[in-house]
Write a protein that binds this ligand. Sequence first.
Ligand code: PLP
Length: 397
Amino acid sequence: MKMNHHYSELKESYLFVEINRRVTEYQKAHPGCDIIRMGIGDVTRPLAKSVVEAMTAAVQEMGTTEGFHGYGPEQGYDFLRQAIQSYYAGRGVQLEASEIFVSDGAKSDLANILGLFDADNTVLVPDPVYPTYVDDNITDGRKVIYAPTSRENDFLAMPDPAVHADIIYICSPNNPTGAAYDRAQLKQWVDYALANDAVILYDAAYECFVSEEGLARSIFEVEGARRCAIEICSFSKIAGFTGTRCGYTVVPHQLQREGLELNKLWLRRQTTKFNGVPYIVQRGAAAIFTPEGMAEIQANLDYYRRNAKVLAQALDQAGIWYCGGHNSPYIWMRCPGGMDSWTFFGWLLEKANVVGTPGVGFGPCGEGYFRLTAFGDAEKTKEAARRIQEAVRSLEG
Ligand code: PLP
């Protein structure tokens, strides 16, 4: 027996596990303290009424002989693929339904898609970014290189012609920094990928937060992207599906490498290794795209946007540098008093009983930064903002 020893190359524990461990330890030592958690990027608003109604109707259907659904198509039911197709068409992006693969969320597909690529490829990952990209590739034995970001480049890495990569991750709007690419910037990445015969894995999990003109919501808004990009998306943030589990991946027919059409490979992979997303869940997801569903989820997104504003205002008043919060549910703040990320984590937990995410957990370039989420309850967010402001003031005094 030979084990996959690449697992031993992973950092000891996944970021959020470590945060939980430290918070639990603090809670044990300080029973009764009122901790506000703004760490993990989970949503809090309930599912939209239209989604619940559609899922309830689907449950009823499943209880009848005529309406029962067993195994469904691995790539998703046509009704959902067509709804996603219309969603893109509404933004001027024409997709074929056969280019859309319904998934059980972005996280699985971000890892599974790598099965199409040899382990002997170099992977370019922005720093800082959603940590699973790195872990997914390390466990496969791929070489990972980083594109550093900082305040100087607005936390938006741009391609370096001197560096070669075969697989490129782009997360826009970015988790954790909230930075989002405009179309001209993405065009540079597309040109770089085409020049390097590389494939871009474009994580659009937060596209619904983009509100500024000129910023891209899909990489397929950019000319040439169909020949070099796969887009991975999710209903988790747009419609609160973090626990319901549904998303989709777009693999264009034009995307070919070494004479192989990636869409065909992915279809083969899915039909072999995946048995599809539950009918009930897909009915719920399709309801997002009805006019009522869209209005309801927009109300939830606005709720989070207001939270982001509350946090941003508190940081403005405390004189702390931050970015994000406009086209993203995340606020990426500079740790005050020259503290590093984990020191500030401990300090804020103790002084304000507020939990955030240490920026360094998303990559070395995140050192000295801290992520706050706007996905929380509005009242708790207000209270957290007040406590953060007060704690930072005490630092000055
Ligand atoms: N991609 C990014 C950038 C994320 O931040 C997350 C979750 O927080 C995911 C993907 C996972 O999404 P899903 O819930 O669809 O698996």
